[in-house]
Design a protein around this ligand. Structure first.
Ligand SMILES: *Cc1c(COP(=O)(O)O)cnc(C)c1O
Length: 393
């Protein structure tokens, strides 16, 4: 557990996190080690970030060699890692233009700006956004403005006045809000932070159709549910509908801070041009080396196929727990982004799990969120269930 030295220095930080009483030292595969040398099975992946787990040698070597050459040049100059990383992302997503950011929040900001610029160029009089209740899109004023959770919003109001909230998976509630000022509809194909709620096929298809009818842009936030997590490279790919703009972050850099928003050529043609947007660090050679290498590893190691191989086992094991324990209401989610909703306080279970050597996190609505590194094997799922049962008892 946390040493005195760490506790004292911690007082210098702004206290905006309810931190767990543990300090990590290193990771190996799907395991984390604390500063006392205790080993933990990791089913949180730094909040769905370290999809390839810890200490992936190919990624480490690529990053080290890039550090030895150059980390930063500013975006006034082109670096081939940037083009390579964008090409790899576009190949995986079917999008055509990428802008790299430093975080998910910035990717959301960029996506909102890109949608506004599209409408501005078209002079179609559209500037409003429709977002979803229970959504999470980040912590800047723009991102909080489209986030549908009151506690994240209220202390910072007034926020953008041009956002309206619909009920997730209720197409009629979206239709009721659409008008000739609607510029874009933003949603997560699977709400992560909001408690692991996947979109229905009818909802995704219905939104796509609404957008097509009226030249409204569909923005999919893939920051948490993307990069193989649902058993598809990007969650929207399961639904047979394609967004106009999508946001990425978390797992695309496996821990190197990087995000991106991407769009189709059709949107790019009317959207941001030189001078409209920028970032000093965004997509620097180190960050793009991470993205490029992560995507190479995804192909070489067939990560998405692996997710599909192991995830039904996770679903099955969690369903067994639902049957066995009265304190578990239901299982939700798919692939390696799943949750169980509890009838007792989730915080206590998460803390007890940590004591038992299992790292899990919660999500809204008393939900335990399982977002392990995508490289987990069945034996790790068994080990997780064993430790979770200790925490549930
Ligand atoms: C984490 C997250 C964000 C914000 O990303 P940051 O990198 O923390 O800024 C936005 N949208 C979703 C769906 C997320 O899960």
């Amino acid at each position: 557990m946390v040493s005195d030295k760490i506790t004292a220095a911690e007082q210098n930080l702004l206290h905006v996190y309810n931190r767990f009483p543990v300090a990590w030292e290193r990771g190996e595969g799907v395991y984390l080690y604390d500063t006392e040398g205790k080993k933990y099975l990791d089913f949180a992946a730094g909040i769905a970030v370290t999809g390839l787990g810890y200490s992936n040698h190919k990624l480490q070597d690529a990053l080290k060699s890039q550090i030895d050459k150059i980390c930063h040049i500013s975006n006034l100059y082109y670096h081939e890692n940037c083009g390579d990383a964008a090409a790899a992302l576009n190949k995986a997503s079917g999008m055509e233009r990428v802008f790299f950011t430093n975080s998910g929040t910035e990717a959301i900001e960029g996506a909102l700006k890109a949608a506004r610029k599209y409408a501005y160029t078209k002079e179609n009089g559209r500037f409003e956004f429709i977002a979803m209740e229970n959504s999470f899109h980040g912590r800047s004023i723009g991102a909080v403005s489209v986030t549908g959770t009151a506690s994240y919003r209220e202390p910072f109001e007034p926020l953008l006045p041009t956002v309206h909230f619909a009920t997730y998976n209720d197409l009629d509630s979206v239709k009721a809000l659409v008008n000739d000022k609607t510029c874009a509809i933003i949603l997560e194909p699977l709400q992560g932070e909001g408690g692991i709620h996947p979109a229905t096929k009818e909802f995704m298809e219905g939104i796509r159709a609404l957008c097509d009818e009226q030249d409204i842009l569909m923005i999919c936030d893939e920051i948490q549910c993307g990069m193989g997590r649902t058993g598809f490279m990007f969650a929207w790919q399961e639904y047979g509908v394609k967004p106009d703009i999508m946001t990425m972050a978390k797992a695309i850099g496996n821990g190197i801070p990087v995000g991106a928003f991407a769009m189709t050529e059709k949107v790019a043609e009317y959207s941001m041009k030189a001078g409209d947007h920028g970032s000093t660090y965004g997509g620097n050679p180190l960050a793009c080396m991470a993205v490029k290498t992560v995507l190479e590893i995804f192909e070489e190691e067939q990560i998405v196929a692996h997710v599909n191989e192991v995830s039904s086992y996770l679903s099955q094991k969690l369903e067994e727990l639902v049957q066995k324990y009265d304190c578990i209401k239901e299982r939700r989610g798919k692939g390696l982004i799943q949750g169980i909703e509890l009838t007792k306080p989730v915080g206590e279970v998460v803390k007890k799990a940590l004591d038992a050597g299992l790292v899990i996190i919660s999500a809204k609505g008393n939900t335990i969120r399982f977002v392990p590194p995508l490289i987990v094997e069945k034996q790790h799922i068994d080990e997780m269930i064993e430790k979770l049962e200790i925490a549930l008892n």
